[in-house]
Design a protein around this ligand. Structure first.
Ligand SMILES: Cc1cc2nc3c(=O)[nH]c(=O)nc-3n(C[C@H](O)[C@H](O)[C@H](O)COP(=O)(O)OP(=O)(O)OC[C@H]3O[C@@H](n4cnc5c(N)ncnc54)[C@H](O)[C@@H]3O)c2cc1C
Ligand code: FES
Ligand code: FES
Length: 1365
């Protein structure tokens, strides 16, 4: 191979440090792999490895020696190849700021705005914002106010639009970002630890960690500038990386490669395509096109814009958005701006910053990628410039896409988008206009989600001088991404429309025709929905041109109306334009209590700043010990099959593989995890019992090699003589496959169902509800590191909610006593229940491999395997019969409940109790049920935040809705009439109802109605719905009653002789703020000795990692009450210490006037006072259970053309007792609520027919993002005063608020009801009971909503309109 463009050594900087690599053996290594394995910078986290989460973002800075300018952009390091960063400076979160050199105000503000919980997403968020600040502050925008940047509020919010956070609910993150924006109103910034309500803006600003925009720029190291200027390179032998600088160099490289047959080659620009295609193979040769000038330029002239194929999507957007382009006709400018606006919804900023326009189009051409760019460029006559060998060809985009997949040596050089104003012959006609618009329907409005369909329409229309209407002279209609191999032009519709005078009838015919053209290929999900989207968008485009329809176009005026138009958008007062432009805003109301100071103070979360700088250490950040190996699971893809053997795919490389651990390697018992209800095996013993069942563990030198090897492992299955697997609850019932529920766990039934039914005026019989699963989507996947120790001992670092159970399992599996096993957990990057039982087997597999191989072994599970093996929330099927009075009062309810528990018991036996606990939130009169825990050949389901409670609460609401619908009365009144009185509450919740004064639900039910203006808004909504055809709104108020139980928990407080304090607790810090509350409690309880201030004491406390040999009986961190019980355990320890210290203090006081804390402790040390105390808090048997209350009001808007639901506003009122830390509790409430929105509205967790999860990554599994949370999000925490049986009167906050998210689902249902009523009215039917008793599935995704609103809504409406004329 010649030397053209061959890259020599690799020189770059990370956080200012120089790195020079003379040779990179494996050019497929990503920047993320390098940073995490070969530098001390661990802030770059692996969340997905496919560009979909933002956990790995770094700032990539490039220096242009000619212009002496630095270009900075946020990119995902998981897709950026290491070799492509030659000459670049990389800044990670540690480089933005850190504990040694000082935190950056971004990091301090993230901490102060309570914007970090588990912290795993936080470094990526901070770098995203840093990049936005650096770039905004480089612009020549007007000087901002002192202390602010040039960033706007809207840009600040969008800066983190591609970053996922599973904990916070985004609102506080958005606030931290907005605090830098020049145009922010300080009033709009939420709860923080910097200022108090009511302070002036100046005072607030002075309290914020200061920011100076003129120092904002990233620091590009001088040595690198010099290196770049000198063009210095070092020769390197083994490099496979080529960076040609010209097309000629590229041509000769390609030619040489052709001559050199058999050399595999990959052309790349941003390498973001890997995020989708995840190719496993590595190539002999990589050619990076970025340095070819001709491919990187943007040329604009009167004929159009030419964009080099290697130009990034971000740069293309920038170029097309540029104002003051004298060269372009106004129409063309608008076309370009529309294209740019659409492109801003492709992926996320950090993907667009490295992904190229050419890469996108080549993916569409070669691999049928559902590209947006291909679709939106199709109707505007884009020309493609391609090179094959030395031959250069110009093709239309349609020809380009229509060719068979181009070979790997064909290069796209550039594209040209022509100017439209200059092309038209009739531009002089004053009444001719060009209309252009683009569309995409996706689960996330701002992008980071592939669309169900995308479309772009260009049309030239003439306004007839005699005012009879609008004629369509010609049009180009493109549709793509809907399950088609390439975007298409709807030619038949174009032909039909061309030359026609637009009318309702013409539009109707056009939509009918379109419905026969846009038809997804077999196997595409929601095919009819996608077709209906095409129809909806065509309607949206053309209807404003038709007088009769323009009246009711609800403000959808999408075409470009270039001159004074006769067409007026009918924006009414509730129109689209009225929707808040910001992604989020909100108010937080808390009531502080000084009684137990500093308990009750909204102090900043312990460790938040080091989380933001990425210095906080998670399991996978612990440096690998020498000789460390890595593991990956081989799991079953069959639900029930004998495992005859495992081989690696013949011909595949098994580089680095050291061992394959199976059941045969287990020295002790084949146990992989255990709960109080039972165990599950570590590895399938002969028979794999479910899809995702662990079969083996591949151990290799690196995680990448282990993952690759697991991928090529071929399991030889045999199903002979085995029963067919059980894959549904129905099959489980047929075959009597159940887990037995012992009577002690079978929930109580209430009253006499038959009598209740007899008392009813109406009945609904055998109605059904089905609920699917939900995946945890903790940002940090399952991970563990096991290190063998002397004398058959082992230390296991595990991201784990149940270290004690893990220790026990490992000991049994290895056949050693428990004291040989030390399990250490410091912090975990999100758990939500998924790192309870499910984490045990991961730690055990590592421990076994480490024990057997006598080498350290670690695992960081890839997202796909994690999603396949997780099991998730319990799916359920419910059949119910309910009796009720005419006013909606329910007299009896009976349920048949089938719960899919999967194959092993896990914690499933507790689910019925929790489910019924939440379902009893209403007074059902009589409640009877039959619960069956079905054992299926599916992964065992585990606890997920509010397990069972969430489903129970939803089922209750679904029944209430059903009753209201069948009576045709307001659902809120049915809720009202069925709310518990204290007496009925006491009846249904015997042991947990508490005192009458503790039952705050009726009061907060009313209070929230007032504070959220519920009744007024209900009325306003009616008006809105009357005036708007294609948008309907719904509102809903929902209560929750959530029972929790308090478990015994240990604690240990030790005071070192310098006065610093070390605290150990059984509970694990999952991001829920447990350590922060424990810290506050320690300071409070030790302050009772009255020696030094609580603030000082608070600073002396360090809560340390859980260690199963240091503090035993740690139990399980779950069920929302671990924080309070850990606090109580600590309080008991402190009481002991205070007692031990009191007599000494009094003695000392006789000698001196006052005593400092340090003096007291030092004297105690000299006097041999025991300065360490342990406790085991066992709650009093009368107070182990209690109830939590909350109410939410949500208002949503549904777009009837697309099925999109926007949560306009949510108000929550939640009773936290006397909150131990209102900032922490607020974070729990908001975060849980948004996770609930995910469950109810977005997160589909589908499987194939074998039960194997197929939504196994960020492409297919969509958790909420900042653009899907309520636009206005108001939360009030009620301080309900003293609760004598609670820990310092506090109550739980971790799980109950998740249940409140059902209010969004109910509000959506209300909006859909309106849509259906309207749909029926178009058919001449005003009211039909069957119309209102529809079921709204969970999650209520866009297709589900649209289907209920009427897939054929547009056509029915047009028919109706025609009929009216
Ligand atoms: C998380 C994520 C979300 C996304 N969402 C969307 C979306 O909503 N809509 C959408 O349209 N796109 C989306 N994309 C796709 C994205 O636009 C493309 O990945 C990107 O544009 C590809 O550019 P690249 O420079 O990274 O290409 P690379 O990954 O470097 O290359 C991609 C392919 O094209 C080939 N190639 C690249 N340039 C050329 C050239 N000039 N000539 C010949 N072959 C070439 C490469 O060999 C490779 O096969 C998403 C991507 C990610 C990672
Ligand atoms: S890990 Fe890179 S975007 Fe998720
Ligand atoms: S704090 Fe964002 S994922 Fe945990």
């Amino acid at each position: 191979m010649g030397e053209a463009g061959k890259q020599r050594s690799l020189v770059f900087a990370v956080n200012g440090r120089r790195y020079e690599l003379l040779d990179v053996d494996d050019p497929s290594i990503t920047l993320l792999e390098f940073l995490r394995s070969q530098t001390p910078f661990k802030s770059v986290k692996l969340g997905c490895g496919e560009g979909g989460c933002g956990a790995c973002i770094v700032l990539l800075s490039k220096y242009d020696p000619v212009l002496d300018q630095v270009e900075d952009s946020a990119v995902s390091s998981c897709l950026t190849l290491l070799c492509s960063v030659n000459g670049c400076s990389i800044t990670t979160a540690e480089g933005v700021g850190n504990s040694k050199d000082g935190f950056h105000p971004i990091q301090e503000r993230f901490a102060g705005f309570h914007a970090s919980q588990c912290g795993f997403c936080t470094p990526g968020m901070c770098v995203s914002l840093f990049s936005a600040l650096v770039n905004a502050d480089k612009t020549n925008r007007p000087e901002p106010r002192p202390g602010f940047s040039k960033l706007t509020v809207s840009e600040a919010e969008k800066a983190i639009a591609g970053n996922l956070c599973r904990c916070t609910g985004y609102r506080p993150i958005a606030d931290a970002c907005k605090s830098f924006a020049a145009d922010v109103d300080m009033e709009d910034l939420g709860l923080n630890s910097f200022w108090k309500n009511g302070e002036s803006d100046e005072a607030k600003l002075s309290r914020l960690p200061s920011y100076n925009h003129s120092n904002a720029s990233s620091k590009f190291p001088e040595f690198l500038k010099k290196h770049i200027k000198a063009g210095a390179t070092l020769a390197s032998q083994g490099s496979h990386w080529y960076s040609p600088a010209s097309v000629e160099e590229l041509q000769s490289l390609l030619q040489e490669n052709e001559a050199n047959d058999g050399t595999s080659m990959k052309i790349i620009v941003g390498n973001t395509g890997m995020g989708y295609y995840k190719e496993q193979e590595s190539y002999d040769m990589y050619i990076d096109l970025k340095y070819i000038l001709e491919l990187s330029i943007i040329r604009k002239d009167q004929t159009g814009i030419e964009i080099g194929a290697a130009v990034t999507i971000s740069k293309a957007i920038e170029a097309m958005k540029e104002e003051n382009e004298g060269d372009f006709h106004l129409e063309s400018k608008t076309v370009f701006q529309k294209i740019a606006a659409h492109m801003e919804k492709i992926a996320s900023g950090f993907v667009r910053n490295s992904g190229s326009v050419g890469g996108n189009l080549m993916m569409a051409q070669r691999k049928h990628f559902p590209s947006d760019i291909a679709t939106i460029l199709l109707p505007v006559g884009t020309i493609m410039n391609i090179m094959t060998g030395r031959k250069i060809e110009k093709l239309t985009l349609e020809e380009f896409l229509g060719r068979p997949p181009l070979d790997s040596k064909t290069i796209l050089l550039s594209i040209k988008i022509p100017c439209w104003g200059s092309r038209r012959d009739i531009s002089s006609e004053t009444d001719t206009k060009l209309l252009f618009d683009t569309y995409r329907a996706a689960l996330r409005p701002l992008g980071n989600a592939l669309p169900y369909l995308n479309a772009a329409f260009l049309a030239e229309v003439s306004f007839c001088t005699n005012s009879t209407g609008v004629r369509l002279n010609n049009c180009q209609l493109a549709f793509g991404g809907y399950g088609t191999r390439r975007p298409i032009r709807a030619r038949k519709v174009e032909e039909f429309l061309t030359g026609k005078l637009l009318s309702v009838g013409v539009l109707y015919e056009a939509t009918k025709l379109l419905g026969t053209i846009v038809i997804p290929e077999d196997g595409t999900s929601h095919p009819s929905y996608r077709t209906s989207l095409a129809v909806g968008y065509l309607y949206e485009f053309l209807s404003p041109l038709i007088d009769t329809l323009a009246e009711i176009s609800d403000g959808f005026l999408n075409g470009i109306l270039l001159k004074d138009s006769k067409i007026k958008p009918s924006c009414d007062e509730f129109g689209k334009n009225q929707l808040p432009t910001l992604l989020s805003s909100g108010k937080q109301v808390i009531q502080l209590s000084e009684e137990y100071h500093p308990v009750g103070k909204p102090i900043t979360k312990a460790g938040a700043a080091i989380q933001a700088s990425g210095e906080a250490i998670y399991v996978d950040d612990i440096p690998s010990p020498r000789n460390c190996l890595h593991g990956a699971f081989v799991y079953s893809t069959e639900p029930l099959a004998r495992v005859k053997g495992i081989k690696f795919k013949p011909g595949s490389s098994t580089v680095g593989v050291t061992a394959l651990m199976t059941v045969k390697d287990i020295p002790g018992k084949n146990v992989g995890s255990k709960s109080i209800f039972g165990e599950e095996p570590l590895y399938a013993d002969e028979i794999a019992q479910c899809v995702g069942d662990r079969i083996a563990f591949v151990v290799a030198g690196t995680q990448k090699h282990a993952d690759l090897a697991a991928n090529i492992a071929v399991v030889d299955y045999d199903k002979e003589n085995l029963e067919p697997p059980i894959l549904s609850v129905e099959e489980a019932v047929d075959r009597c496959s159940f887990f037995e529920l012992p009577p002690s766990l079978y929930p109580l039934q209430f009253g006499d169902f038959s009598k209740g039914m007899d008392a009813a005026d109406h009945q609904i019989l055998s109605a059904q509800i089905e609920l699917g699963s939900q995946y945890y989507f903790y940002m940090e996947t399952q991970t563990a590191l096991a290190v063998p120790d002397e004398d058959n001992c082992i230390v296991v670092y595990s991201s784990n909610q149940v270290p004690e159970f893990t220790q026990d399992t490992i000991a049994q599996c290895l056949g050693v006593p428990g004291h040989n096993v030390r399990v250490v957990t410091r912090r975990i990057g999100g758990g939500f229940g998924g790192k309870a039982i499910k984490a045990i087997s991961v730690a055990t597999a590592c421990a076994l491999a480490a024990y057997k191989l006598q080498r350290p072994v670690r695992i960081y599970m890839n997202r796909k395997t994690d999603m396949i093996m997780a099991g998730g929330r319990h799916p359920m099927k419910i059949t119910y019969s309910v009796g009720f009075k005419t006013n909606g009062k329910i007299t009896a309810l009976k349920l048949n409940i089938l719960i899919d528990a999967g194959i092993y018991s896990d914690v499933s036996l507790a689910i019925p109790g929790m489910m019924l606990g939440a379902l009893k939130k209403y007074d059902w009169g009589a409640l009877s049920f039959d619960v069956k825990l079905c054992k299926t050949n599916l992964p065992s389901r585990s606890a997920m935040r509010a397990p069972g409670d969430l489903q129970g609460s939803f089922i209750a609401e679904a029944i209430i809705e059903d009753v209201a619908s069948s009576l045709s009365i307001e659902v809120d009144s049915v809720r009202n009439v069925n709310l518990h009185t204290y007496n009925s509450l006491d009846f249904f919740y015997k042991s947990s109802a508490g005192e009458p004064m503790e039952y705050t639900l009726p009061a907060i039910w009313d209070k929230l109605a007032t504070s959220s203006s519920f009744y007024q808004r209900t009325e306003m909504l009616k008006e809105f719905n009357r005036r708007n055809t294609w948008r309907k709104r719904g509102i809903s108020r929902v209560p929750i009653v959530h029972e929790v139980s308090v478990r015994a928990t240990p604690g240990k407080v030790s005071i070192l002789h310098d006065g610093s304090i070390v605290v150990e607790v059984g509970g694990i810090e999952l991001g829920q703020g447990l350590w922060t509350k424990v810290k506050q409690m320690t300071a409070y309880a030790l302050s009772l000795i009255q020696c030094g201030g609580t603030e000082e004491l608070s600073k002396k406390v360090r809560v340390i990692q859980a260690d199963t040999l240091s503090l035993i009986q740690g139990g399980m961190t779950a069920g929302s009450t671990t924080s309070e019980s850990s606090c109580e355990a600590v309080r008991l320890c402190c009481n002991v210490l205070v007692e031990r210290l009191t007599s000494l203090k009094e003695k000392l006081l006789q000698q001196m006037k006052s005593i400092e804390w340090e003096t007291l402790i030092f004297q105690a040390y000299l006097n041999s006072v025991n300065l360490s105390a342990s406790s085991y808090y066992v709650p009093d048997s009368s107070s182990t259970h209690y109830l939590n209350y909350g109410v939410a009001v949500s208002e949503v808007e549904v777009n009837l053309l697309t099925g999109e639901t926007t949560t306009l506003r949510t108000d929550i009122l939640y009773d936290c007792g006397q909150s131990l830390n209102p900032a922490v509790d607020l974070g729990q409430i908001e975060g849980a609520y948004v996770q609930g929105i995910g469950f109810f509205m977005l997160e589909e967790y589908p499987t194939n027919t074998n039960g194997l999860v197929i939504a196994n990554g960020t492409w297919t599994y969509k958790i909420p993002t900042v653009d899907t949370i309520p636009k206005q999000f108001n939360v009030e925490i009620l301080n309900s005063g003293h609760h004598k049986n609670r820990v310092l009167s506090s109550k739980a906050s971790g799980e109950p608020p998740l249940l409140l998210a059902v209010s969004v689902h109910c509000a959506t249902r209300a909006a859909i009801k309106e849509a259906r009523r309207q749909l029926l009215s178009w058919s001449g039917l005003d009211r039909d009971v069957s119309n209102s008793t529809f079921k709204l599935q969970v999650p209520a995704t866009m297709p589900v909503v649209k289907e209920l609103c009427g897939l054929d809504g547009v056509q029915r409406f047009l028919q109706w309109t025609m009929g009216r004329k």
